[in-house]
Design a protein around this ligand. Structure first.
Ligand SMILES: Cc1cc2nc3c(=O)[nH]c(=O)nc-3n(C[C@H](O)[C@H](O)[C@H](O)COP(=O)(O)OP(=O)(O)OC[C@H]3O[C@@H](n4cnc5c(N)ncnc54)[C@H](O)[C@@H]3O)c2cc1C
Length: 446
């Protein structure tokens, strides 16, 4: 396997990182990228090439950081990141509330600029001396016939289309009937932050929501999620006065902070969100799909890139074990496919949680009880969110654990007035009887 040439299509986040994994194992990599080199062109040119509307910043967490650590890049990348310790909930009126993500200060997620991360990974890939990136080179017939091709060309993958054609299968694409629009909050005087810096801000409003993630320069990137059609939708917000009235009514504390709200609203594109599932991910040891090309998911668990980076970790492990590409690709797909399906489903569920439930008193009661259980039984009760975000337990196990946890919380909260009155004896019995068997697999993995 060593010293072979590998072609990778797509120098996005996953393509750049996997090329480093391969280079470190002695492979020479030809990386072809459809867009111009983002380290050399200005933002306007990139926007024209199709990069506009992609999220400006992302949350990187344990799985992504572990993959970066495998190639010695964790600390370097974390220098570009801002820790976000919890969700800061903005009600229409009233006080803000910070809901911590983790069990304590040691667990947080990190806001990072997508473009800076991508540029850094490309430069580090080139620095290995084994990766050659060709820009403005869309994957073509000649690449599709390469002896070994890895498709990391994103949610609308051309490599996937070819693989599906050859196998006679079809990918499924489930589009949300919601879109998203990016807006921004400029830095305050001297690069200060005009909202609390170390949080992911969220304005949950039932059928829609606004979120904001911090950037290093003091700005925040905000994303509005809204249905495409209907009474309150992108279609309905067709004039500046309507946009202004909508924001004044729903997000009054954000309005004075937002940069040229209506100008940005009408000039920025409206993004689509899709879950892509497909099979097979590989053929006869010649072609493999990774990252969004294999498993695009909706962004509500902050896991798309983390999952793609975890693909790199698993591919590295498979390469260290196997003797030929065929078994590497088969082993990789067997391990990753059930986990990618699980995070895809959890991401859609989390969309509903973030949108509808965060403001619901019963949900808040269950989450408060969950926090108490996590604090009191830290080794026995680990929430689904923490399993996904702060551990590397397979996503499939996290999904199964979440189903059990929801049932336990529903039982414990029945008729409960205050979270601190939760029946601990019953809680512990339920945790040991129902959750422990699911999490046993976690212990085996950790
Ligand atoms: C609004 C939003 C918020 C998100 N937030 C998070 C988050 O907080 N945390 C997280 O982990 N994930 C998040 N994600 C998901 C994350 O962006 C993706 O999972 C991640 O970018 C996937 O990386 P990738 O390299 O597989 O694909 P991409 O990043 O899409 O890269 C694909 C690359 O392939 C290139 N390409 C495309 N077609 C061709 C072709 N024909 N030939 C050659 N090159 C081609 C593209 O130009 C691009 O460079 C978010 C996504 C969105 C939309």
């Amino acid at each position: 396997l060593r010293n072979e040439r590998v072609t990778i299509a797509g120098a996005g986040l996953v393509g750049s990182l996997v090329s480093i994994f391969l280079a470190k194992r002695g492979f020479a990599v030809d990386l072809v990228e459809k867009r111009p080199d983002m380290r050399r062109v200005d933002a306007a040119a990139l926007a024209r090439s199709g990069a506009a509307g992609r999220s400006i910043n992302l949350a990187v967490s344990t799985r992504g950081l572990h993959a970066l650590e495998q190639v010695g890049l964790r600390e370097e990348i974390l220098k570009q990141a801002i820790p976000m310790r919890g969700r800061m909930i903005h009600p229409v009126r009233g006080d803000l509330a910070l809901l911590p993500y983790g069990k304590d200060e040691s667990e947080y997620i990190n806001s990072i600029s997508r473009a800076e991360l991508n540029k850094t990974l490309m430069s580090l890939a080139e620095r290995t001396g084994k990766v050659r990136i060709q820009f403005e080179t869309p994957v073509a017939e000649s690449h599709l016939d390469s002896p070994v091709l890895i498709g990391t060309d994103g949610a609308a993958s051309a490599v996937r289309a070819e693989l599906m054609k050859r196998s006679g299968n079809k990918a499924t694409e489930a589009h949300l009937d919601y879109g998203y629009k990016e807006l921004s909050i400029a830095p305050g005087p001297g690069g200060s932050f005009r909202l609390f810096k170390n949080a992911l801000h969220i304005w949950p409003r039932g059928n829609y929501m606004l979120i904001a993630l911090p950037n290093l320069d003091g700005s925040f990137t905000c994303t509005l999620f809204l249905p495409f059609k209907g009474a309150m939708s992108f279609e309905a917000l067709d004039r500046p006065a309507k946009v202004e009235a909508f924001f004044q009514e729903q997000f009054p504390d954000a309005v004075p902070l937002l940069d040229d709200l209506t100008g940005t609203f009408f000039s920025n594109p409206t993004g689509h969100m899709v879950t892509v599932k497909c099979e097979p991910w590989h053929d006869a040891g010649r072609t493999l799909l990774m990252g969004d090309a294999a498993h695009a998911i909706v962004p509500f668990f902050g896991q798309g890139m983390n999952c793609g980076f975890e693909d790199c970790t698993v591919l590295g492990d498979c390469l260290d074990r196997a003797k030929d590409w065929k078994s590497v690709f088969a082993d990789f797909s067997r391990q990753r496919k059930p986990n990618a399906d699980a995070i895809a489903d959890m991401a859609v569920e989390n969309f509903i949680e973030m949108r509808d439930k965060v403001a619901d008193p019963r949900f808040q009661l269950e989450k408060a009880v969950e926090k108490i259980l996590e604090a009191k039984y830290p080794d026995e009760y680990v929430s689904r969110y923490r399993l996904v975000t702060f551990s590397r337990v397979p996503y499939r196990v996290a999904l199964e654990a979440g189903v059990v946890e929801n049932a336990i919380l529903a039982e414990l909260c029945e008729g409960l007035k205050k979270p601190e009155d939760v029946d601990h004896e019953r809680a512990l019995r339920l945790i040991r009887e129902r959750l422990a068997p699911v999490l046993r697999e976690r212990a085996a993995r950790d």
